[in-house]
Design a protein around this ligand. Structure first.
Ligand SMILES: Cc1cc2nc3c(=O)[nH]c(=O)nc-3n(C[C@H](O)[C@H](O)[C@H](O)COP(=O)(O)O)c2cc1C
Length: 323
């Protein structure tokens, strides 16, 4: 049995599989779906501290949660310690998440251009100030998510600094920011970070299936695994990996049925929480139909539809026609 409990701050989960924060993906409905499929802990997509403080409606929606959506973390992105502190206090009060995470890994130009995300990795002083400020004022445990740096020693230095500043856990994606998504996630550096720190370390990057999950846990000896892209349109990945880590056996399933049923469940959850208007249904429909029989034709049809409801109807018909 390789599925272990995970404890971050006071939050203890029966397993150690986490859903990664993903912009335009990990809204409340998607997080609930991943949870129903076995994710132990989920994160919201990054929320800009600036936008939140300006009471941007879309940003406020990103932190929306429900009693079933627990434990969950809210991820903040920003570069000003004062604004991050103010935004985090608002989040603590408004959403009461179990964790508040700081994005120190996003390599997108629109984020790094304002000194946020992975740009923070260039300033040890700022990293220390942000994390220690947050841990001083919040009751909620603070976590950070980073990418690796060019030299391993530098990655270890930043990881140690984050721990010293009071973070309760660290997630590390084993790619450098300039790699974006090229190459592969470097488990050797992640393993070195795990050996160096005493707070929980979560391994992230390229966990796609049962084998890669087992290999990452075995090799890095990390406290948990964070799964991102493999869950897009495929929340069932959590059930598969969970089952494999618990039993050593692969779960038999029909991918076609699974993904289409999950898409319908996703739509129902979007409706329940009134998240239709703020969700790009076409994008999700593409992910949920990826790799399925007849998906090329259905995806072409999806491209020609504007209305989210019409896309849902199309996929429902596709599902019925196929079974
Ligand atoms: C569509 C998309 C959106 C993402 N948004 C965020 C984000 O808001 N915050 C963050 O820390 N990382 C974000 N990431 C990075 C993921 O959390 C994760 O670190 C990365 O995808 C590597 O993990 P994976 O190989 O399991 O996908 C995003 C990734 C994708 C594909």
């Amino acid at each position: 049995m390789k599925l272990n409990k995970l404890k971050i701050g006071k939050t203890e989960t029966p397993g150690n599989l986490l859903l990664a924060p993903m912009a335009d993906v990990t809204n409340l409905a998607f997080r609930l779906l991943c949870r129903q499929n076995g994710a132990d802990l989920t994160y919201t997509e990054m929320i800009s501290a600036d936008a939140l403080l300006n009471e941007n409606r879309k940003s406020l929606l990103k932190g929306l949660s429900s009693p079933e959506d627990r434990p969950f973390g809210v991820q903040l992105v920003g570069s000003s310690p004062e604004k991050l502190r103010e935004a985090a206090l608002f989040i603590e009060d408004e959403y009461r998440p179990e964790l508040i995470d700081v994005n120190m890994g996003c390599p997108a130009k629109r984020i790094t251009g304002t000194g946020c995300g992975s740009a923070l990795l260039n300033s040890k002083k700022l990293i220390y100030e942000i994390i220690s400020d947050l841990t001083d004022v919040l009751k909620t445990p603070v976590t950070a998510k980073i990418r690796i740096l060019k030299r391993d020693e530098k990655t270890l230095e930043i990881a140690r600094l984050i721990e010293e500043a009071g973070a309760s856990a660290l997630t590390i994606h084993g790619r450098r920011a300039e790699q974006m998504y090229s190459g592969s996630s470097d488990l050797t550096v992640i393993r070195a970070v795990k050996q160096e720190l005493s707070i929980p370390v979560i391994a992230n990057g390229d966990i796609r299936n049962e084998e890669s999950a087992e290999a990452a846990l075995d090799f890095t000896e990390c406290d948990g695994l964070m799964i991102g892209r493999a869950a897009m349109g495929n929340p069932f990945i959590f059930k598969r990996i969970r089952h494999y880590l618990e039993t050593g056996e692969r779960l038999e399933f029909d991918r076609q049925v699974r993904q289409l049923e999950d898409f319908e469940n996703y739509i129902a959850l979007l409706e329940e929480y009134d998240l239709h208007a703020s969700t790009n249904i076409r994008m999700h429909a593409h992910w949920f139909t990826k790799g399925l029989r007849g998906s090329r034709q259905i995806r072409e049809k999806i491209n020609n539809l504007k209305d989210g409801k019409a896309i849902v109807e199309l996929i429902k018909d596709f599902h019925t026609e196929n079974y």
